[in-house]
Design a protein around this ligand. Structure first.
Ligand SMILES: Nc1nc2c(c(=O)[nH]1)N[C@H]1C(S)=C(S)[C@@H](COP(=O)(O)O)O[C@H]1N2
Ligand SMILES: [Mo]
Length: 426
């Protein structure tokens, strides 16, 4: 199944429910179009109930494989080493050499292999966690699907700590990894990070980590359990599920499975506002308020605000490019952003907010909002529209004042086109 098809499944899914909940729960900005200057004077103070964490079962799913690894049960699941007891992680080195780019092979002082009984097991991973455990709130966003799949609090051990088990490495420039793939080479879905990404995490930056918990619980088979890679800054394809192999190489060229699909295999999440389905296709009576809502993800360039633009259209509106002059002109009106909650009421028991990466060590507040690589909700109430057909769009503006979908050279470095919803006032 292509990700385009997966995308439409995802759109039909629970985001719609989440959106409906949001409309009643957000502190919503109310805008009377006749006088946008009044926008902020009329705030609702309804309590926020839209969840910050998506339960594992409610994530949109992007899984390859036949059968899909999470469909294996009983003996087949154990044989695939997809239970905590049977799970093993191998770490080996690539002997590959080829002039002129790879003159010498990568080596590890100590490989971890099934064959010699040294592969890492689940208990050893948890033991590493006692000393090195990290937690990070991350939105899972597929590079090719224009709706976030969900957001979780992921817990695990930095990849650098696991790599240390192999002793000194030589001539390692990339670190590849892949998960269970039915012993069928054609089904391998692999991804990679650079040596620097894995080993030289700058202070207060985010490590690549090997996760064993989602929202404080074991990672379900569907979410890639028992063990999954998490690459905080990247789109979903770097966060390999059912992780079982790490492979170091001196071939510096990126040949992630994703690179063959015309994707940017080094993409970072893009700052972008995504819209909930409602009010698409709905009719409202004159005088009735139209509520819009959605989620905004922060890429590395942050989010300054989310804004919307509503325009009156004829029966058959022409499609507008993301750089159409009337779209750029607006007027774009700021939306209300979901506020930070008391995180200790949101995070699972035992995980204090001040222990989560990206959160203030004393106050337990996210140091940026929305937290980088995470998402929060936004909403707005539109009033004062006359009878007619309308389109509404929302976009994020980053901290460099780039409005979505900028700055990006191609949608294949992360789909963040401006979304549109159509409705009618009768
Ligand atoms: N082993 C494996 N890992 C994988 C995939 C896969 O097909 N197989 N899909 C990737 C892609 S493209 C995405 S977007 C995310 C989706 O994560 P989710 O299904 O937990 O939402 O998983 C990634 N990890
Ligand atoms: Mo993806």
């Amino acid at each position: 199944m292509s990700e385009e098809q997966l995308g439409s499944n995802v759109t039909r899914r629970d985001f719609i429910n989440a959106g409906a909940a949001c409309a009643t729960s957000l502190a919503i900005s109310e805008t009377v179009l006749a006088n946008p200057a009044d926008a902020t004077s009329e705030k609702k103070t309804a309590p926020i109930t839209k969840p910050y964490l998506t339960p594992g079962k409610d994530f949109g799913d992007v899984s390859r494989g036949d059968p899909k690894p999470h469909k294996l049960i009983g003996a087949a699941q154990a044989e695939a080493r997809l239970t905590p007891d049977t799970w093993r992680l191998e770490i080996t080195a690539d002997p590959f050499v080829e002039e002129p780019h790879t003159k010498v092979p990568a080596t590890l002082t100590k490989s971890l292999t099934l064959a010699d009984g040294t592969a890492l097991d689940f208990k050893q991973l948890l033991d590493l966690g006692k000393k090195h455990e990290v937690h990070f709130l991350k939105a899972m966003q597929c590079l090719n699907i224009d709706t976030p799949l969900g957001q979780g609090l992921w817990t695990g051990v930095p990849l650098r700590e696991v790599m240390k088990l192999c002793g000194k490495m030589n001539n390692v420039r990339r670190i590849y990894y892949w998960g269970f793939h039915n012993n069928d080479a054609k089904q391998v879905f692999k991804s990679s990070v650079t040596y620097t990404n894995a080993m030289e995490t700058p202070p207060n930056e985010l490590p690549v980590f090997i996760a064993y918990k989602l929202n404080g619980e074991a990672i379900s088979p569907e979410r890639g359990g028992p063990v999954r890679m998490i690459v905080p800054w990247s789109h979903g394809y770097k966060s390999i599920k059912w992780l079982q192999h790490i492979f170091v190489t001196n071939d510096a060229r990126n040949n992630d499975t994703y690179s063959t699909g015309n994707n940017d295999p080094e993409s970072f999440l893009k700052s972008a506002a995504y819209m909930d389905k409602s009010p698409d296709g709905k009719k409202f009576k004159v005088g009735e308020a139209v509520e819009i809502s959605g989620t905004v993800i922060s890429g590395p360039s942050g989010v300054k605000r989310v804004e919307y633009w509503v325009r009156k259209v004829g029966d058959k509106p022409t499609t507008l490019g993301d750089d159409a002059p009337e779209l750029l002109q607006g007027p774009w009106i700021p939306c209300e952003m979901q506020e930070q909650p008391n995180w200790n009421n949101v995070f699972p028991e035992g995980i204090k907010a001040n222990k989560v990466l990206g959160f203030d060590k004393n106050m337990g507040k996210a140091l940026s909002w929305p937290l980088r690589y995470s998402m929060c909700s936004y909403g707005a109430t539109i009033k004062g529209l006359k009878i007619g057909q309308y389109e509404v769009r929302a976009r994020s503006v980053d901290l460099n004042d780039f409005a979505q979908p900028e700055p990006r050279p191609t949608q294949k470095s992360g789909r963040n086109g401006i979304q549109v919803r159509r409705f009618e006032i009768v």
